[in-house]
Design a protein around this ligand. Structure first.
Ligand SMILES: [Zn+2]
Ligand SMILES: [Zn+2]
Length: 404
């Protein structure tokens, strides 16, 4: 779908105190951007967060799933325990942006916006701490490593990040260049897809390019497999139920006149509906097995699940939506149709406690800030940083109305 951008982005709903924090948010974000770190290596990022929490005197726990941090802000009034989650990791991409805050780590880049997420969470922690006497409830701000893979949410949960105090609801945001600045994507139910991956080695028998009858051609076998895998979505899955099967790699052969001995393919599977959890993987294996058998080839398949789907709770999504409606221009500012087949390990938190993950529009085509996520020129409009803090703070202020 296309979303028409807001005519001009109105930031008047951001309270003056958070507007004053804006230059600080930008500075933090650019600092993280200059020093991006890969999964479970977020040491500089994590140290920066810890130093700030210490400077402000906010109680926190460190070393959760290696580099993860959780800050706990107990409000002056009783209430629920709300988790706010931010991811901190970067990607193995060489940055192509020529900006003063360009990545200084060769081959690593914040190309998904997690630098912004960390800055927003830090700003939120700062604001909430200053106003803790007015908060009804306890807020646990979770700085998570390794979202891009292999996933930091699950090990953080296993190490007890949702316990003591026990988190009763959780929210999180993704800066989103698929939506223009000034819009917020909020949806109940499935938001992001389950992610499964596979790798498959096909073993045939190589030989002379002119004597195919003496061989089992791994190029032909793997080509048949790639085509047949497309029929899982087109012929097996209910057409009203979204799914994706993508073969991302196909490697075989070494010369024009040689029949390939073996082939390698890998890919990813995406879906929202839990009923497809074992179904698609089984179809992938059946198709590979059947084709290999019919051609006399053998195969070695590795198929594994990485993230479950991101499923938002209706009650928490209602709260987030009502808050979003107070921040962006209604009715067009809050975008309900924002689901994507991308994956997110926020899913693991949402499996444990009711919550809502939402998208904060961050694209600004006029400034060239609309490259897609994971692109070497990805960047976003930093105006969204203050909006993110305002969103989280208002959600905290509305916590007493949440019935979970
Ligand atoms: Zn990403
Ligand atoms: Zn991301």
């Amino acid at each position: 779908m296309t979303v028409s951008p807001a005519k001009s982005v109105d930031t008047s709903q951001i309270r003056p105190e958070i507007q004053q924090l804006q230059s600080q948010l930008v500075q933090w974000r650019r600092g993280f951007h200059q020093r991006p770190e890969l999964a479970f290596q977020e040491k500089l990022t994590s140290h920066f967060v810890i130093n700030k929490l210490e400077e402000w005197g906010i109680p926190h726990q460190t070393g959760i799933a290696q580099t993860g941090v959780a800050a706990v802000i107990e409000g002056g009034k009783p209430g629920k325990v709300l988790g706010i989650r931010a991811d901190m990791d970067a990607l193995p991409i060489e940055e192509e942006n020529q900006v003063p805050y360009r990545s200084q780590h060769e081959g690593i880049m914040h190309a998904c916006g997690h630098d912004g997420h960390t800055a927003i969470a830090l700003g939120t922690a700062y604001y909430l701490w200053q106003h803790r006497q007015d908060i009804a409830g306890t807020i646990k701000i979770i700085f998570q490593p390794a979202e891009e893979s292999p996933g930091g949410a699950k090990p953080m949960i296993e190490e007890g990040v949702l316990k003591n105090p026990d988190v009763e609801a959780i929210i999180g945001l993704h800066l989103w260049n698929n939506l223009p600045l000034g819009t917020i994507g909020v949806k109940e139910g499935p938001l992001m897809a389950a992610v499964e991956l596979f790798k498959c080695q096909i073993q045939g028998r190589g030989g002379h390019g002119a004597m195919p009858h003496q061989t089992t051609d791994a190029v032909v076998v793997s080509s048949q497999i790639v085509n047949a895998l497309q029929t899982i979505v087109s012929r097996n899955v209910d057409p009203t139920n979204s799914a994706v099967v993508t073969v991302g790699e196909l490697k075989a052969g070494s010369a024009m006149n040689v029949i390939a001995d073996s082939a390698y393919l890998s890919g990813t599977v995406r879906y929202f509906d839990a009923s497809l959890e074992n179904y698609i993987g089984q179809r992938v294996e059946d198709i590979i097995a059947g084709i290999c058998q019919s051609y006399g080839a053998s195969y070695d398949l590795n198929y594994w699940r990485i993230y479950p789907p991101v499923i938002n709770d209706n009650r928490v999504a209602d709260l987030v939506r009502s808050v979003a409606n107070t921040i962006v221009e209604t009715p067009k500012g809050v975008v309900p149709e924002c689901e994507t087949m991308g994956g997110e390990d926020m899913a693991f938190f949402l499996e444990q406690v009711p919550g809502c993950y939402f998208f904060l529009g961050s694209a600004n085509p006029k400034l060239g800030l609309n490259y897609p996520h994971h692109h070497p020129r990805f960047d976003f409009d930093e105006t969204a940083l203050g909006m993110g803090v305002e969103m989280f703070v208002r959600c905290v202020e509305q916590l007493p109305s949440l019935k979970v």
